[in-house]
Design a protein around this ligand. Structure first.
Ligand SMILES: NC(=O)c1ccc[n+]([C@@H]2O[C@H](COP(=O)([O-])OP(=O)(O)OC[C@H]3O[C@@H](n4cnc5c(N)ncnc54)[C@H](OP(=O)(O)O)[C@@H]3O)[C@@H](O)[C@H]2O)c1
Length: 310
């Protein structure tokens, strides 16, 4: 497993991490096997959110109840969670009160004294950056949160926060898979007329994050679209899967490792946030941490996924 020191922190992080959005209905044994399988593959970094699960903090609590971590086991893990979504609405809330209350709920549900990383989940149109800064200062000063970041944010939204927030914003979690790749694909087709791919939806966020040492975390790395099911094994993506299968045979790994490697191979140094609850898939994806796909191979997957190389 490839690891790196997450810029802006002293956290040593793997470039493949495990998301726990889908564990609400899993038994203790299933959660333990999933997390231990990940840990055995070097995945010591876990992604949560207050809203994952059937009720607020549901998956965080499911994780903690199943794992019953000792203090030393807790210390070996990087626990990241998110706040800012109010599911009963839905709407977004970056107020001081909401952020602080959500963190206290996450600490209680996770059974820990501190979060390693807290992300603001989705941009709040009514954000008051000074309020966010006040919440972050209080949480950092109390030792309750070690580092902060965002998710699904544009460069302008991050700049706005950075004018008030004292701590570095170390991560931006964004949807990215080889098929759902606008943040990579737009730049490849820049300056083209009449091509949907050339429309800037993400306002240059990938280059912005690279320029500012903000680590991109790729969520839904195997979903074809927005929760539309995986492209792996889908008849709709037969051409892409054929390329992936050929590369999997070439590198002697399962196809899921090649789908992972398409993201880890990008020089931005991104993290891949797995969402599978199947231990074998976690082990297979972890093998994609450091596969040196050639440019020709990387672009072949990109084209087979339907993107244009003008
Ligand atoms: N920041 C955000 O806005 C945001 C949004 C969504 C998610 N996330 C984070 O990102 C993580 C990953 O999201 P995701 O779960 O949508 O990502 P994913 O890893 O692309 O998808 C996993 C889902 O696909 C299923 N699947 C079926 N066949 C598969 C195959 N061959 N290979 C891999 N998976 C297959 C899995 O089922 P099995 O479980 O049965 O294997 C699971 O339900 C979440 O856990 C969460 O931490 C963040």
């Amino acid at each position: 497993m490839k690891t790196f020191t997450l810029p802006g922190t002293d956290i040593v992080a793997p470039n493949v991490v495990l998301g726990l959005m889908r564990i609400q209905d899993k038994t203790d044994d299933e959660v333990r096997t999933l997390v231990r399988t990940a840990r055995d593959a070097g995945i010591t970094f876990l992604d949560h959110a207050d809203v994952y699960g059937s009720s607020l903090h549901g998956c965080e609590r499911r994780f903690a109840e199943a794992m019953r971590l000792t203090p030393s086991e807790r210390a070996e893990l990087v626990l990241q969670t998110k706040c800012g979504i109010v599911p009963d609405g839905p709407y977004f809330d970056f107020s001081y009160e909401h952020i602080v209350e959500s963190v206290h709920g996450s600490l209680e549900a996770l059974g820990t004294d501190y979060l390693d990383i807290l992300l603001l989940h989705r941009p709040d149109a009514l954000v008051e950056p000074d309020e966010v800064a006040r919440a972050f200062d209080e949480l950092a000063d109390a030792g309750k949160v070690r580092a902060f970041g965002v998710s699904n944010h544009t460069p302008g939204q991050i700049e706005l926060l950075r004018r008030s927030v004292r701590q570095p914003l170390v991560a931006n979690q964004l949807q990215l898979s080889v098929t759902h790749a606008s943040l990579v694909a737009q730049g490849v087709a820049a300056n083209m007329v009449g091509l949907d791919q050339s429309i800037s939806r993400d306002v240059g966020v990938l280059d912005y994050c690279r320029l500012n040492d903000i680590t991109v975390q790729a969520w839904s790395p195997f979903q074809a679209g927005f929760f539309t099911g995986p492209f792996l094994g889908s008849p709709e993506y037969a051409e892409l899967d054929a390329v992936i299968d050929r590369l999997a045979a070439r590198y002697d790994v399962p196809p899921i490792a090649i789908a992972t490697a398409w993201i880890t191979r990008h020089p931005a140094g991104m993290q891949v946030v797995l969402g599978t609850t199947t231990p074998e898939r976690v082990t297979g994806a972890a093998l994609g941490s450091d596969i040196p796909l050639t440019r020709a191979e990387w672009y072949e997957m990109f084209r087979a996924a339907g993107h244009t190389v003008p």
